[in-house]
Ligand binder design. Structure first.
Ligand code: GRG
Length: 417
């Protein structure tokens, strides 16, 4: 079968994904749950009136008298627009943080912070929303004393975490593109394609060093340890991916561990840092970590699906990149369970493009894509459930940010870029 036909099959086979759209929620009883397993009552409880619900999340409550509440989403709350002002503040800060007197290094370092090349800004959005979602009074804390962090200082230091996270993310993209010899990223030429591998690696190192300086300025050793661990995890994850040992390449446990290291560690440890800076208990910090971990895992699982089903235009980079590099991800791992004969093909490697087509053929016949989406949904739902376990709050901003964090767990599943 021609590759175009195979790709068409993969893209359209499981259109009815496992993802439950947020377009219409039917609350059949007060105990009914959202697709994320969250009780509607606990979302609604937080709102003082029907109007407040309508205003804040654009959901219309009806038929409550009969005990059957039909909540229709009128307009979706956009998590990104909730923090739009701070995102542009952070974008400007990032540009100023990478200024250097060496012209080549300056243009390499600012490459992905220029307007139009900034990517989805998914991580800073999550972190700013998490900062507000955790903005509750902490009973254990004594009244503020001299030298204590003021609320505005706290918000600024949480913004620093969002900047540091984005810098580390971009540094890892630069290094990743060198390792993969990628020619496109974020819809433009990759930095290695424009300036060569050496400058791309050095620019990544430079971003890491500027992130370290910013991290040190926060003067919080626990947060420094968390973020340093992220860098270790990124390098470990990337190295795990390079492995050639067949037993590990075929193991779902190994793949999930690699996925945590490569993608979920950054967002989970950064979410935890947001909680620690705010002085939260270890329990709340762990909830923030769990949200980030499960969201990150769901994000990468969908990334691995999109590598097969997305188009280069929507992804802003080449599709089928993983398999062409011999990287075995969840869709192929699931397909191998259904078609053990795929093992031999994977073992031969994908230097021969015919093997890519054979693997795509098996994948198209299998439920590999669907099962990967289901696994992503499981983690997205776990992330959403974490938000419900956070300490209660009546504050409208806190509630709105929590709802946006829940919304993001669904957007991660339905994204196409
Ligand atoms: C330099 C810290 C450092 C690490 C070196 C190369 C490497 C070790 C790690 C690679 C980590 C990596 C690139 C993981 C992939 C994570 C991922 C899904 C990236 C895409 O994220 P998006 O879609 O990108 O959020 P945008 O462009 O929107 O920001």
């Amino acid at each position: 079968m021609a590759r175009a036909a195979l790709l068409h099959l993969l893209r359209h086979r499981s259109v009815a994904t496992a993802t439950a759209p947020l377009s219409a929620y039917k609350c059949l009883s007060s105990n009914s749950k959202t697709p994320s397993g969250i009780r509607w009552t606990s979302i609604c409880r937080a709102f003082s009136s029907k109007a407040a619900v309508n205003d804040l999340i654009g959901i219309d409550m009806a038929n409550t008298d009969s005990g059957v509440a039909v909540m229709e989403e009128k307009e979706r709350l956009d998590p990104f627009s909730l923090v739009a002002d701070e995102l542009s503040l952070i974008a400007n800060r990032l540009r100023s943080m990478v200024v250097t007197e060496v012209p080549n290094l300056a243009s390499a370092a600012e490459y992905f912070f220029k307007i139009g090349a900034e990517g989805k800004r998914f991580r800073p959005t999550v972190l700013l929303l998490m900062a507000t979602a955790l903005s509750v009074r902490i009973p254990e804390l004594p009244p503020a004393g001299v030298g204590d962090t003021l609320p505005t200082d706290l918000r600024t230091s949480q913004q620093r975490i969002a900047e540091i996270t984005e810098m580390i993310h971009v540094a890892s993209l630069l290094h990743d593109d060198v390792l993969d010899d990628a020619d496109k990223r974020r819809g433009i030429c990759s930095l290695n394609a424009v300036m060569g591998n050496k400058l791309a690696v050095l620019a990544g190192d430079f971003l890491l060093s500027r992130a370290c300086v910013s991290l040190a300025s926060l003067k919080n050793t626990e947060v420094v340890t968390l973020i340093a661990t992220v860098v270790e995890n990124l390098v470990t994850g990337e190295t795990m991916q390079l492995t050639t040992a067949s037993k590990q390449r075929f193991s779902m446990d190994y793949y999930m561990q690699k996925t945590y290291n490569k993608t979920a560690s950054l967002i989970s440890n950064s979410c935890k840092s947001i909680a620690i800076l705010a002085g939260h208990t270890a329990e709340v910090a762990m909830l923030a970590f769990e949200y980030g971990k499960n969201l990150g895992l769901a994000f990468q699982l969908i990334d691995d699906v999109l590598d097969f089903t997305g188009t280069s235009a929507s992804l802003g980079k080449g599709s089928l990149s993983d398999i062409r590099h011999g990287i075995i991800t969840a869709p192929i791992l699931f397909a191998m369970e259904e078609f053990p004969e795929l093992h031999a093909v994977v073992d031969q490697g994908f230097k021969n493009p015919a093997n890519v087509d054979i693997a795509l053929g098996f994948l198209g016949k299998s439920s590999g894509i669907q099962r990967t989406k289901e696994l992503a949904m499981k983690h997205a739902n776990l992330a959403a459930q974490v938000i419900e376990s956070l300490p209660e709050s009546d504050d409208a901003n806190v509630i709105r940010s929590r709802q946006a964090l829940i919304d993001l767990t669904q957007r991660v599943l339905t994204r196409n870029k």
